[in-house]
Design a protein around this ligand. Sequence first.
Ligand code: TXA
Ligand code: MG
Length: 320
Amino acid sequence: MTIVSKDINKASEILHDEDVVAIPTETVYGLAGNIYSEKAIRKIFQLKQRPLFNPLIVHIHSTEQLDEIVSYIPDKAKLLADTFWPGPLTLILKKKSNIPDLVTSGKDTVAVRIPRHPLTLSLLEKIDFPLAAPSANPFGSISPTNPSHVENYFRGRLSMILDGGDCKSGIESTIIGFENDKPVLYRLGSIAIEDITKVTGPIEIKNKKETAPNAPGMLSRHYAPETSTFLVDDVEEFIAGRTDKNIGVLLFDKKINAPNIAVQEILSKKGDLKEAASRLYASLHKLDKLNLDLIVAERFPDSGLGKSINDRLERATRKN
Ligand code: TXA
Ligand code: MG
Protein backbone atom coordinates (compact mmCIF):
# COMPACT_ATOMS: atom_id res chain seq x y z
CA MET A 1 0.00 0.00 0.00
CA THR A 2 1.18 3.47 -0.82
CA ILE A 3 0.32 6.08 1.80
CA VAL A 4 -0.98 9.31 0.22
CA SER A 5 -1.01 12.04 2.86
CA LYS A 6 0.14 15.50 3.92
CA ASP A 7 1.85 14.12 7.02
CA ILE A 8 5.44 15.42 6.96
CA ASN A 9 6.23 13.59 10.21
CA LYS A 10 5.44 10.29 8.52
CA ALA A 11 7.44 11.34 5.43
CA SER A 12 10.39 12.24 7.63
CA GLU A 13 10.19 8.88 9.43
CA ILE A 14 10.22 6.96 6.12
CA LEU A 15 13.17 9.02 4.83
CA HIS A 16 15.10 8.40 8.07
CA ASP A 17 14.46 4.69 7.45
CA GLU A 18 16.43 5.10 4.17
CA ASP A 19 13.29 4.64 2.09
CA VAL A 20 11.92 6.79 -0.76
CA VAL A 21 9.01 9.30 -0.60
CA ALA A 22 7.40 11.08 -3.56
CA ILE A 23 7.42 14.80 -2.80
CA PRO A 24 5.51 17.69 -4.34
CA THR A 25 7.38 20.63 -5.79
CA GLU A 26 6.12 23.65 -7.73
CA THR A 27 7.33 22.02 -10.97
CA VAL A 28 6.61 18.27 -10.87
CA TYR A 29 6.61 15.54 -8.20
CA GLY A 30 10.00 14.06 -7.30
CA LEU A 31 11.09 10.65 -5.99
CA ALA A 32 13.08 11.70 -2.95
CA GLY A 33 15.71 10.05 -0.79
CA ASN A 34 18.46 11.01 1.68
CA ILE A 35 21.52 11.92 -0.44
CA TYR A 36 23.74 10.14 2.11
CA SER A 37 21.81 6.84 1.99
CA GLU A 38 23.10 4.51 -0.71
CA LYS A 39 20.06 2.29 -0.13
CA ALA A 40 17.58 5.12 -0.78
CA ILE A 41 19.43 6.45 -3.82
CA ARG A 42 19.70 2.97 -5.36
CA LYS A 43 15.96 2.51 -4.84
CA ILE A 44 15.27 5.78 -6.70
CA PHE A 45 17.29 4.63 -9.72
CA GLN A 46 15.69 1.20 -9.59
CA LEU A 47 12.08 2.49 -9.28
CA LYS A 48 12.63 4.85 -12.21
CA GLN A 49 14.63 2.33 -14.24
CA ARG A 50 16.99 5.23 -14.76
CA PRO A 51 20.54 4.62 -15.99
CA LEU A 52 23.15 5.29 -13.31
CA PHE A 53 25.01 7.75 -15.56
CA ASN A 54 22.14 10.26 -15.32
CA PRO A 55 22.68 12.33 -12.13
CA LEU A 56 20.00 13.53 -9.69
CA ILE A 57 19.01 17.00 -8.48
CA VAL A 58 19.64 17.72 -4.81
CA HIS A 59 16.91 19.66 -2.97
CA ILE A 60 17.74 21.91 -0.01
CA HIS A 61 15.79 24.41 2.12
CA SER A 62 18.15 27.38 2.38
CA THR A 63 21.20 29.03 0.86
CA GLU A 64 23.02 28.28 4.15
CA GLN A 65 22.55 24.57 3.44
CA LEU A 66 24.23 25.13 0.07
CA ASP A 67 27.61 25.35 1.81
CA GLU A 68 27.18 21.75 2.92
CA ILE A 69 27.21 20.49 -0.64
CA VAL A 70 29.04 22.90 -2.96
CA SER A 71 32.61 24.13 -2.82
CA TYR A 72 32.39 27.19 -5.06
CA ILE A 73 29.63 29.60 -6.13
CA PRO A 74 30.26 31.94 -9.10
CA ASP A 75 28.91 35.50 -8.67
CA LYS A 76 26.20 35.01 -11.28
CA ALA A 77 25.07 31.84 -9.53
CA LYS A 78 24.61 33.89 -6.33
CA LEU A 79 22.63 36.46 -8.27
CA LEU A 80 20.42 33.80 -9.85
CA ALA A 81 19.86 32.06 -6.51
CA ASP A 82 18.96 35.37 -4.82
CA THR A 83 16.48 36.13 -7.58
CA PHE A 84 14.77 32.79 -8.12
CA TRP A 85 15.08 30.65 -4.94
CA PRO A 86 12.95 29.18 -3.62
CA GLY A 87 11.80 28.38 -7.15
CA PRO A 88 12.16 26.37 -10.35
CA LEU A 89 15.85 27.07 -10.94
CA THR A 90 18.49 24.33 -10.72
CA LEU A 91 22.15 25.35 -10.55
CA ILE A 92 25.00 23.02 -11.46
CA LEU A 93 27.91 23.83 -9.15
CA LYS A 94 31.24 22.31 -8.08
CA LYS A 95 30.44 19.72 -5.45
CA LYS A 96 32.04 19.03 -2.09
CA SER A 97 33.61 15.60 -1.78
CA ASN A 98 31.07 14.44 0.82
CA ILE A 99 28.39 14.24 -1.89
CA PRO A 100 28.20 10.57 -2.91
CA ASP A 101 29.20 9.76 -6.50
CA LEU A 102 25.98 7.79 -6.90
CA VAL A 103 23.97 11.05 -6.68
CA THR A 104 26.13 12.91 -9.21
CA SER A 105 27.01 9.93 -11.43
CA GLY A 106 30.66 10.50 -10.63
CA LYS A 107 30.67 14.11 -11.87
CA ASP A 108 32.59 16.79 -9.97
CA THR A 109 29.45 18.96 -10.05
CA VAL A 110 26.11 18.71 -8.29
CA ALA A 111 22.69 19.95 -9.44
CA VAL A 112 20.90 21.81 -6.64
CA ARG A 113 17.75 23.80 -6.01
CA ILE A 114 15.45 25.16 -3.30
CA PRO A 115 11.93 24.16 -4.34
CA ARG A 116 8.98 26.49 -3.79
CA HIS A 117 6.43 24.24 -2.14
CA PRO A 118 5.39 24.86 1.50
CA LEU A 119 4.98 21.18 2.41
CA THR A 120 8.31 20.11 0.94
CA LEU A 121 10.12 23.11 2.41
CA SER A 122 8.78 22.17 5.86
CA LEU A 123 9.90 18.59 5.31
CA LEU A 124 13.39 19.71 4.24
CA GLU A 125 13.63 21.87 7.36
CA LYS A 126 12.57 18.97 9.57
CA ILE A 127 15.15 16.47 8.33
CA ASP A 128 18.88 17.03 8.65
CA PHE A 129 19.94 15.92 5.18
CA PRO A 130 19.28 17.16 1.63
CA LEU A 131 16.98 15.16 -0.65
CA ALA A 132 17.99 13.85 -4.05
CA ALA A 133 14.93 13.76 -6.26
CA PRO A 134 14.45 13.13 -9.96
CA SER A 135 10.98 13.53 -11.44
CA ALA A 136 8.68 10.77 -10.14
CA ASN A 137 8.10 8.94 -13.40
CA PRO A 138 9.60 5.86 -15.00
CA PHE A 139 12.53 6.83 -17.19
CA GLY A 140 11.33 8.42 -20.46
CA SER A 141 7.69 8.91 -19.39
CA ILE A 142 5.69 12.09 -18.78
CA SER A 143 6.50 13.77 -15.47
CA PRO A 144 3.77 13.67 -12.80
CA THR A 145 2.04 16.86 -11.68
CA ASN A 146 -0.35 15.40 -9.11
CA PRO A 147 -0.38 12.46 -6.63
CA SER A 148 -2.55 10.23 -8.80
CA HIS A 149 -0.04 10.42 -11.68
CA VAL A 150 2.63 9.17 -9.27
CA GLU A 151 0.35 6.46 -7.87
CA ASN A 152 -0.46 5.18 -11.35
CA TYR A 153 3.25 4.83 -12.13
CA PHE A 154 4.45 3.16 -8.91
CA ARG A 155 1.34 1.57 -7.42
CA GLY A 156 2.31 -0.46 -4.35
CA ARG A 157 6.06 -0.15 -4.89
CA LEU A 158 6.35 3.24 -3.21
CA SER A 159 5.88 3.68 0.57
CA MET A 160 4.49 7.20 0.51
CA ILE A 161 3.37 10.12 -1.64
CA LEU A 162 3.41 13.43 0.21
CA ASP A 163 0.20 15.00 -1.05
CA GLY A 164 0.82 18.59 -2.09
CA GLY A 165 -1.97 18.78 -4.66
CA ASP A 166 -1.44 19.95 -8.24
CA CYS A 167 1.97 21.37 -9.16
CA LYS A 168 1.67 25.10 -9.91
CA SER A 169 4.33 25.48 -12.62
CA GLY A 170 3.94 22.06 -14.20
CA ILE A 171 7.22 21.91 -16.17
CA GLU A 172 10.59 20.93 -14.71
CA SER A 173 13.06 23.49 -13.39
CA THR A 174 15.29 25.55 -15.66
CA ILE A 175 18.86 24.20 -15.35
CA ILE A 176 21.90 26.51 -15.46
CA GLY A 177 25.52 25.49 -15.23
CA PHE A 178 28.77 27.47 -15.37
CA GLU A 179 31.68 27.23 -17.78
CA ASN A 180 34.61 29.43 -16.75
CA ASP A 181 32.17 31.21 -14.42
CA LYS A 182 29.86 32.05 -17.32
CA PRO A 183 26.28 30.81 -17.04
CA VAL A 184 25.08 28.30 -19.64
CA LEU A 185 21.50 27.15 -19.94
CA TYR A 186 21.31 23.33 -20.01
CA ARG A 187 17.56 22.76 -19.84
CA LEU A 188 14.67 25.03 -20.74
CA GLY A 189 12.13 24.96 -17.95
CA SER A 190 9.65 26.75 -15.74
CA ILE A 191 11.51 30.06 -15.72
CA ALA A 192 11.28 31.75 -19.10
CA ILE A 193 14.67 32.36 -20.68
CA GLU A 194 13.87 36.07 -20.98
CA ASP A 195 13.57 36.24 -17.17
CA ILE A 196 16.93 34.50 -16.77
CA THR A 197 18.74 36.87 -19.14
CA LYS A 198 17.36 39.88 -17.25
CA VAL A 199 19.64 38.68 -14.45
CA THR A 200 22.58 37.16 -16.32
CA GLY A 201 22.72 39.14 -19.54
CA PRO A 202 22.95 37.16 -22.81
CA ILE A 203 23.41 33.47 -22.10
CA GLU A 204 24.63 30.52 -24.12
CA ILE A 205 22.00 27.81 -24.61
CA LYS A 206 23.05 24.18 -24.67
CA ASN A 207 19.61 22.70 -24.10
CA LYS A 208 20.69 19.12 -23.72
CA LYS A 209 19.08 16.26 -25.57
CA GLU A 210 19.33 14.21 -22.37
CA THR A 211 22.21 12.30 -23.88
CA ALA A 212 25.31 11.05 -22.13
CA PRO A 213 28.66 10.96 -23.91
CA ASN A 214 28.89 7.21 -23.48
CA ALA A 215 25.42 6.52 -24.81
CA PRO A 216 24.62 8.96 -27.59
CA GLY A 217 20.96 9.14 -28.54
CA MET A 218 19.90 6.73 -25.88
CA LEU A 219 18.00 9.29 -23.88
CA SER A 220 16.49 11.31 -26.69
CA ARG A 221 12.94 10.05 -26.22
CA HIS A 222 11.80 11.71 -23.06
CA TYR A 223 8.62 13.10 -21.51
CA ALA A 224 6.80 10.78 -23.89
CA PRO A 225 3.24 9.43 -23.84
CA GLU A 226 2.62 5.80 -24.86
CA THR A 227 0.32 7.00 -27.66
CA SER A 228 1.95 8.15 -30.93
CA THR A 229 2.32 11.88 -30.57
CA PHE A 230 2.92 14.56 -33.20
CA LEU A 231 3.81 18.25 -32.91
CA VAL A 232 2.62 20.31 -35.87
CA ASP A 233 2.15 23.91 -36.96
CA ASP A 234 -1.32 23.36 -38.39
CA VAL A 235 -3.41 20.74 -36.61
CA GLU A 236 -6.41 20.98 -38.95
CA GLU A 237 -4.25 20.41 -42.00
CA PHE A 238 -2.42 17.50 -40.34
CA ILE A 239 -5.54 15.59 -39.38
CA ALA A 240 -7.58 16.40 -42.51
CA GLY A 241 -6.71 13.16 -44.30
CA ARG A 242 -6.79 10.91 -41.25
CA THR A 243 -10.51 10.26 -40.96
CA ASP A 244 -10.00 6.62 -39.99
CA LYS A 245 -8.09 7.53 -36.85
CA ASN A 246 -9.21 8.14 -33.30
CA ILE A 247 -7.47 11.47 -32.63
CA GLY A 248 -6.93 13.63 -29.55
CA VAL A 249 -5.57 17.14 -29.95
CA LEU A 250 -3.68 19.42 -27.61
CA LEU A 251 -4.20 23.11 -28.34
CA PHE A 252 -3.06 26.41 -26.86
CA ASP A 253 -6.11 28.64 -26.59
CA LYS A 254 -8.94 27.68 -28.92
CA LYS A 255 -10.79 24.69 -30.24
CA ILE A 256 -10.68 23.81 -33.90
CA ASN A 257 -13.42 22.71 -36.18
CA ALA A 258 -12.89 19.20 -37.46
CA PRO A 259 -15.31 16.28 -37.42
CA ASN A 260 -12.77 13.53 -36.81
CA ILE A 261 -11.45 14.64 -33.41
CA ALA A 262 -12.37 12.52 -30.39
CA VAL A 263 -11.19 14.98 -27.75
CA GLN A 264 -9.72 18.47 -27.62
CA GLU A 265 -7.59 19.66 -24.71
CA ILE A 266 -7.24 23.45 -24.52
CA LEU A 267 -4.34 24.47 -22.26
CA SER A 268 -5.33 28.10 -21.66
CA LYS A 269 -8.53 29.68 -22.95
CA LYS A 270 -7.14 33.13 -22.14
CA GLY A 271 -3.92 32.45 -24.05
CA ASP A 272 -1.69 32.56 -20.99
CA LEU A 273 1.54 30.57 -21.46
CA LYS A 274 2.05 30.17 -17.72
CA GLU A 275 -1.35 28.56 -17.33
CA ALA A 276 -0.69 26.42 -20.41
CA ALA A 277 2.63 25.19 -18.97
CA SER A 278 1.01 24.31 -15.66
CA ARG A 279 -1.55 22.11 -17.42
CA LEU A 280 0.65 20.57 -20.14
CA TYR A 281 1.57 17.26 -18.47
CA ALA A 282 -1.84 16.72 -16.85
CA SER A 283 -3.40 17.06 -20.31
CA LEU A 284 -0.89 14.65 -21.84
CA HIS A 285 -1.54 12.14 -19.04
CA LYS A 286 -5.28 12.49 -19.67
CA LEU A 287 -5.02 12.05 -23.45
CA ASP A 288 -2.65 9.13 -23.04
CA LYS A 289 -5.26 7.22 -21.01
CA LEU A 290 -7.95 7.41 -23.71
CA ASN A 291 -6.66 4.67 -26.03
CA LEU A 292 -6.35 7.08 -28.93
CA ASP A 293 -4.55 6.26 -32.18
CA LEU A 294 -2.86 9.64 -32.23
CA ILE A 295 -2.20 12.68 -30.10
CA VAL A 296 -1.62 15.80 -32.19
CA ALA A 297 -0.21 18.85 -30.44
CA GLU A 298 -0.10 22.37 -31.79
CA ARG A 299 3.25 24.21 -31.78
CA PHE A 300 3.21 27.05 -29.24
CA PRO A 301 4.42 30.64 -29.74
CA ASP A 302 8.21 30.49 -29.67
CA SER A 303 8.82 32.92 -26.80
CA GLY A 304 8.74 32.92 -23.01
CA LEU A 305 7.37 29.66 -21.60
CA GLY A 306 6.20 28.77 -25.12
CA LYS A 307 9.82 27.79 -25.84
CA SER A 308 9.85 25.42 -22.85
CA ILE A 309 6.49 23.92 -23.82
CA ASN A 310 7.69 23.34 -27.40
CA ASP A 311 10.88 21.74 -26.07
CA ARG A 312 8.89 19.20 -24.03
CA LEU A 313 6.48 18.54 -26.89
CA GLU A 314 9.38 17.96 -29.28
CA ARG A 315 10.87 15.42 -26.88
CA ALA A 316 7.45 13.79 -26.42
CA THR A 317 7.20 13.23 -30.17
CA ARG A 318 10.75 12.18 -30.90
CA LYS A 319 10.78 8.52 -31.86
CA ASN A 320 13.62 6.25 -31.01
O1 TXA B 1 11.83 20.49 -11.61
C1 TXA B 1 12.71 19.64 -11.46
O2 TXA B 1 13.90 19.89 -11.72
C2 TXA B 1 12.28 18.26 -10.94
C3 TXA B 1 11.84 18.41 -9.49
C4 TXA B 1 11.50 17.11 -8.83
O3 TXA B 1 12.82 19.10 -8.77
N1 TXA B 1 13.36 17.33 -11.06
C5 TXA B 1 13.80 16.86 -12.26
O4 TXA B 1 14.79 15.89 -12.14
O5 TXA B 1 13.37 17.22 -13.33
P1 TXA B 1 15.24 14.94 -13.32
O6 TXA B 1 16.14 13.95 -12.67
O7 TXA B 1 14.06 14.40 -14.01
O8 TXA B 1 16.11 15.84 -14.25
C6 TXA B 1 17.37 16.27 -13.79
C7 TXA B 1 18.25 16.69 -14.91
C8 TXA B 1 18.72 15.52 -15.75
O9 TXA B 1 18.63 15.89 -17.11
C9 TXA B 1 20.17 15.37 -15.33
O10 TXA B 1 20.96 14.86 -16.38
C10 TXA B 1 20.55 16.79 -14.99
O11 TXA B 1 19.41 17.30 -14.37
N2 TXA B 1 21.69 16.85 -14.04
C11 TXA B 1 21.70 16.46 -12.75
N3 TXA B 1 22.91 16.64 -12.21
C12 TXA B 1 23.71 17.14 -13.16
C13 TXA B 1 25.08 17.53 -13.23
N4 TXA B 1 25.89 17.43 -12.19
N5 TXA B 1 25.55 18.01 -14.40
C14 TXA B 1 24.73 18.13 -15.47
N6 TXA B 1 23.41 17.77 -15.49
C15 TXA B 1 22.92 17.29 -14.35
MG1 MG C 1 12.74 13.75 -15.42
